[in-house]
Design a binder for this molecule. Sequence first.
Ligand SMILES: [Zn+2]
Ligand SMILES: [Zn+2]
Length: 314
Amino acid sequence: MDKKLPLKIIFLNVGHGDGIIILLPDEDKYKSAIIVDCYDGRKAYKILENYNIKNIEAMIITHFHLDHYRGFDILFEKIKKNRIKMKNIYYMPDKTFRENDEKKKYKMFLNKLYILGINNDFVINSSCIDGKNESKSIIKNEEIEIKIIYPRLIDITSECNVNNYSAVLQLIYKNNKILLPGDLEAKGWFKLYEFTKENKLTLTVDILKMPHHGAFYEENEEKTLGTNEILQFIKPNYAIISSAQNKKYNHPDIKTIKKLLDKKIKILCTNSTDICGKEGPCFDDIVIDIENSINIEKYDKKIKTLRCLQKDFK
Ligand SMILES: [Zn+2]
Ligand SMILES: [Zn+2]
């Protein structure tokens, strides 16, 4: 009898931010994890504790905006205290010339990270793809492959928007594909699209974590990819939106929701906002199990009760 557990991906409800945990199956237990962004260190640690995870294969900071890395400080502390082994950290060095508060925080964070790395023996890697390589491998065996497919050194320009340098991760498990693009915006998507076209690669996936918390990108600017074009390029069946009510950003954008509904892409949000009537967290933490197919905990049951999807968005 095959007792092996499914691969589990958890999109934590962290409000306006990202926190993704991938639990790797090992026969009848989950022993190791990969963490992609961490806005809420306590919540992320709780998952590791619940599944008794003692080994972290990799942590990836897609880019240095606080809603993607603020929680790592707390998570590191808890990991150290509880003697969880950490192997690798991937991050994209911030080469932008922004000299603001965020850059100061980034520098302080990196100092701490390197001291922690020296004392605890884990490897700190750049997530930037070197030379002409197509991708940077995080993990690869017969069943699973997780790789960084963007950015390359050549993609780094004078662009000051760090969202456009978000590490983009592709996960392939038993023919199921997931794309985690951080907060990649229209200019970054265009570069990724051009690269895949030139190299005759396909990037269609089953699940797309919507970039930048469901923001909408228009399509009229040159050398950019709008939301509609991104969805045509990636062709997801499911769209995950990690967001919450936030007066400053208005994410997700109603135009994104409409576009997803038009294309009959199944939407899963970690939290509710004004556009869906604020009836409390939507899916809350989104738990996805992947064996030979994709199974989303309580999806069918939940979807029937969601007022937001029954609302007329036209
Ligand atoms: Zn963000
Ligand atoms: Zn960002």
